[in-house]
Design a protein around this ligand. Structure first.
Ligand code: G3P
Length: 221
């Protein structure tokens, strides 16, 4: 499974990259706003900065919601760097834009996926990634990770190569569930990735190993 980080914070991206397990980055307008990034030039520079930190795909979302606007904006974004993937919302005009970019061999990520039908039509339109928002489904008392399993089944039935990019991940257990259900990618906050490392028995075991080593080293023969 690929690990992406879901942030526009350059420090967090650097920290995740330094771990050596990072495969890409996803951003969205809310995450960009959280970092105070606004204005065309700043937005463009920020995407370029992100691409220079990581080796993999970097999703950059269009703001336009009409076909012509999405094509214009997405084309501009894609021209910034070879790692940019154009993020397109799951709306009727977005489907047309996905098909347009697919025909031009520009990579896309269809975002705001909340149902298997939406994932099916995005794959049919040629999206490279679909982003099911599992945390927001959980918030709405619907089983978010279950959607990953449904999409996996549908894509495998027909051999769609669209990658399932599980998004809106809130904690480490979401990552485990996504891995069990066959997501291709999990885009996560850094805290959820770091949470995978932790187990109290590891800490207790390590403390004992070190204490035993110290005891043995202090014994003089
Ligand atoms: O990638 C989409 C993701 O950022 C949404 O996450 O936590 O706002 O539901 P959240």
């Amino acid at each position: 499974m690929k690990f992406f980080i879901d942030t526009a914070n350059l420090e967090e991206i650097r920290e995740a990259q330094a771990l050596g397990v990072l495969d890409g980055v996803t951003t969205n307008p809310s995450l960009m706003a959280k970092e105070g990034i606004s204005g065309d030039e700043n937005v463009i520079q920020h995407y370029i900065d992100i691409c220079e930190i990581v080796d993999g795909d970097v999703s950059a979302e269009v703001i336009a919601t009409d076909f012509d606007g999405m094509v214009e904006e997405g084309t501009k974004l894609a021209s910034l760097h070879k790692q940019i993937v154009v993020k397109i919302p799951m709306i009727q005009e977005g489907i047309k834009a996905l098909k347009y970019f697919s025909d031009k061999e520009i990579k896309t990520n269809c975002t705001l996926i909340f149902s298997p039908g939406q994932a099916l039509i995005a794959a049919k339109a040629g999206a490279n990634y679909v982003s099911p928002f599992i945390g927001r489904l959980d918030d709405a008392t619907t089983d978010g990770p279950e959607l990953i399993a449904q999409i996996r089944l549908i894509y495998d039935n027909y051999g769609y190569e669209t990658e399932i990019l599980a998004a809106s991940i809130r904690h480490s257990m979401h990552i485990i569930k996504c891995a069990e259900y066959g997501a291709d990618v999990a885009t996560c906050p850094l805290s959820a990735i770091l949470g995978l490392l932790k187990h109290p028995l590891t800490d207790i075991g390590l403390a004992k190993f070190l204490a035993d080593h110290k005891k043995a080293s202090s014994v003089t023969v």
